[in-house]
Write a protein that binds this ligand. Structure first.
Ligand SMILES: NC(=O)c1ccc[n+]([C@@H]2O[C@H](COP(=O)([O-])OP(=O)(O)OC[C@H]3O[C@@H](n4cnc5c(N)ncnc54)[C@H](O)[C@@H]3O)[C@@H](O)[C@H]2O)c1
Length: 256
């Protein structure tokens, strides 16, 4: 919760991956607080659905069809935010995927490249596009989605994905420290398993799903809203001394 009532009223957040899961839940949480939400996703129909839900909740929204692995598309997304609302106060880079589970020796160039194009380049392009506007305004908060998998390394199923999320963690640290004295904060979130379309998209087996659940001391997946509320806190004026770090939201761990 923000320290100042109505802190988010009329401020603008750009959310990538807004069509589904954590991105969509976060869009609705910011709508509840009265923020303008730029809903970006490669799934343009889904992004529009989220924007419609934000408007139905009484806030303002625009939708953009954006493939975050394309620099020009991310720049166009940012331009649209500026044209619509005059600035970008917050950027939440939620778009991401593991594509498919794979043993390390079976990871081919295509899987490795697509994983890094989306999870690493997408975050880098988003930050490079938003930062000049944030610097001009003298303030801004960026929240990047990492994953608890960066701690485990993804053995047997997801070294490609865990490595990409490790890069997200490192980028976040570097950007946070480079711009810390200029009013910018940059944080990452490292969730354990969250109940979204993510596992289906990655073709996670029922056996691996059970293993994830068994590994979590709370014995359940997180809900996307349980991540979205943390994004809200991180962006708020109740969180002004926090930057560079990752925060684990994992039901008690799972990296033993
Ligand atoms: N669900 C989990 O268990 C979990 C755990 C840790 C981290 N994460 C991370 O959380 C983030 C959100 O995942 P989610 O669980 O909400 O999954 P999700 O599949 O519900 O949502 C991901 C969204 O990203 C979009 N997307 C995919 N490729 C894109 C591209 N090239 N450009 C723009 N958008 C694209 C998808 O269309 C989808 O709407 C991801 O970065 C994921 O790696 C998820």
């Amino acid at each position: 919760m923000p320290r100042t009532p109505d802190y988010f009223q009329g401020k603008t957040i750009v959310i990538t991956g807004a069509a589904s899961g954590i991105g969509r839940a976060t869009a609705l949480i910011f709508a509840r607080e009265g923020a303008n939400v730029v809903c970006a996703d490669i799934d343009g129909t889904g992004a529009q659905d989220t924007a419609d839900a934000v408007v139905a909740a009484g806030a303002q929204a625009v939708a953009t069809t954006t493939d975050v692995s394309q620099r020009a598309a991310v720049e166009a997304m940012t331009d649209e935010a500026i044209a619509s609302y005059g600035g970008v106060d917050f950027l939440f880079n939620s778009a991401g995927a593991a594509f498919r589970r794979s043993k390390f020796l079976d990871i081919d160039d295509d899987l490795w490249k697509r994983t890094f194009d989306l999870n690493v380049n997408g975050v880098m392009y988003g930050m490079q596009a938003a930062l000049p506007h944030m610097l001009a305004a003298g303030r801004g908060v960026i929240v990047n989605m990492a994953s608890m998998s960066h701690k485990r390394g993804g053995p047997g199923a997801s070294v490609h994905y865990a490595s990409a999320k490790g890069a997200v963690l490192t980028m976040t640290l570097g950007v946070a420290r480079e711009f810390a004295a200029q009013g910018i904060r940059c944080l990452s979130i490292s969730p354990g398993p969250v109940d979204t379309a993510f596992q289906g998209t990655a073709n996670t087996t029922a056996e691996l799903m059970q293993q994830f659940r068994n590994d979590v001391p709370m014995k359940r997946f997180g809900a996307p809203e349980e991540i979205g509320e943390l994004v809200l806190f991180m962006c708020s004026d109740a969180c002004e001394f926090m930057t560079a770090d990752t925060v684990y939201v994992s039901g008690g761990g799972g990296w033993r």
